[in-house]
Design a binder for this molecule. Structure first.
Ligand SMILES: Nc1ncnc2c1ncn2[C@@H]1O[C@H](COP(=O)(O)OP(=O)(O)OP(=O)(O)O)[C@@H](O)[C@H]1O
Ligand SMILES: [Mg+2]
Length: 259
C-alpha cells in the first residue's frame, strides 16, 4: 500500500456545482519523487489543496488514505501532524511573527503530536542553523517577520527550510519553481535534494510544475499529467521531455478520444 493513496477523487469548490477533480487516482510513497504536470486550470493546485484539507474545496466522491488511514475528512491540522506537508504556490506573509518564532512553533507542534517534549532553545538553534545551511537561507532571515517583504525566491527557500524542519512523510510542492531566477531555482532544487537525500527513503515528494528545468535538477521517478481533473498520462522522466517539446495538444487529443 502506498503512503498516500488517492482513489477516484472527485472535488469541487464548496457551494458550487462544477467538479474540478473528476475521478483522480494517485499513489505516492516515501523514497519517490512524483511530478504532476498539466495545463493551466487542469486542477493541480486544487488537488494539492484537497490533499491538505483546505475547506474551500469539498470532496464529493472517492478517498484519500495516508499511512493506511482514511484522511478524506480530516482537518488540515490533523493531516499536517500526521506528516503531510505542503508548500503553497502563493505563500502568505505573517506580520508580527518572526521566522524563528514560526519555525519553533511548527517544530514543537510536530514534536507534541509525536508525543515528544518541546525542543530546548539550544537544540532548536542548532537544528535551525543546520537546516538553514542545508537550504541556504541567510542567517539574518531568522529575525525577520515571516514572508513579509520577502522576494518570491526567498519565500520559496523559506518553505524548503520549513520542510527540512518538519520532516514530513510526503511533501507537496506547488510551483516551487515559479518566479525563480536560475540561481534561485538551483538553490531551491539543491535544498529539496538535500532534504530528500538526508531523509533517504523516509520522504516522498509530489512536485507540481510547468517546467522541465526544475525536473532536471530534482529528478522525478514518476510523472503524471493532469487534464480536466483526471490523470490522463503517466510515465517516467522521458514524459517531461516529450511535454516540453510537444506541449499538451497531443494529450488533449488523446484524452478527447477516450473521454
Ligand atoms: N476557489 C476557487 N473558486 C473558484 N474556482 C476555482 C477555485 N479553485 C479552483 N478553481 C477553478 O478550478 C480550476 C482548476 O484550478 P487549479 O488552480 O487547480 O488549476 P492548476 O492546474 O493549478 O492551474 P495553474 O497551472 O494555472 O496553476 C480552474 O478553472 C479554477 O478557476
Ligand atoms: Mg496551480
Amino acid at each position: 500500500m502506498a503512503d498516500l493513496e488517492i482513489r477516484n477523487l472527485h472535488a469541487k469548490v464548496a457551494g458550487s456545482d462544477t467538479e474540478i477533480l473528476r475521478g483522480l487516482d494517485l499513489d505516492v510513497s516515501a523514497g519517490e519523487v512524483h511530478a504532476l504536470m498539466g495545463p493551466n486550470g487542469s486542477g493541480k493546485s486544487t488537488l494539492a489543496n484537497v490533499v491538505m484539507g483546505n475547506p474551500v474545496y469539498e470532496v464529493t466522491d472517492g478517498t484519500i488514505t495516508f499511512m493506511g488511514e482514511d484522511i478524506t475528512d480530516a482537518s488540515p491540522d490533523e493531516r499536517a501532524r500526521a506528516g503531510v506537508f505542503m508548500a503553497f504556490q502563493y505563500p502568505v506573509s505573517v506580520p508580527g511573527v518572526t521566522v524563528t518564532k514560526f519555525l519553533r512553533t511548527v517544530m514543537n507542534a510536530h514534536r507534541e503530536s509525536r508525543g515528544e517534549e518541546a525542543i530546548s532553545l539550544k537544540d532548536f538553534r542548532q537544528t535551525v542553523e543546520a537546516a538553514m545551511a542545508l537550504t541556504k537561507v541567510p542567517k539574518e532571515f531568522s529575525s525577520r517577520y515571516l514572508n513579509e517583504g520577502f522576494s518570491g525566491g526567498e519565500k520559496k527557500r523559506m518553505e524548503i527550510l520549513q520542510m527540512a524542519l518538519q520532516e514530513p512523510r510526503i511533501a507537496v510542492l506547488d510551483e516551487t519553481d515559479s518566479g525563480l531566477d536560475i540561481d534561485a531555482l538551483q538553490t531551491v532544487a539543491e535544498g529539496v535534494n538535500a532534504v530528500a537525500g538526508e531523509k533517504g527513503d523516509q520522504m516522498g515528494i509530489l512536485i507540481i510544475t510547468h517546467y522541465q528545468r526544475i525536473l532536471s535538477l530534482v529528478k522525478p521517478t514518476h510523472v503524471h499529467v493532469l487534464y480536466k481533473g483526471r490523470i490522463v498520462k503517466e510515465g517516467g522522466a522521458e514524459l517531461v521531455t516529450m511535454l516540453e517539446e510537444k506541449g499538451y495538444g497531443w494529450i488533449e487529443e488523446e484524452a478527447g478520444a477516450t473521454a
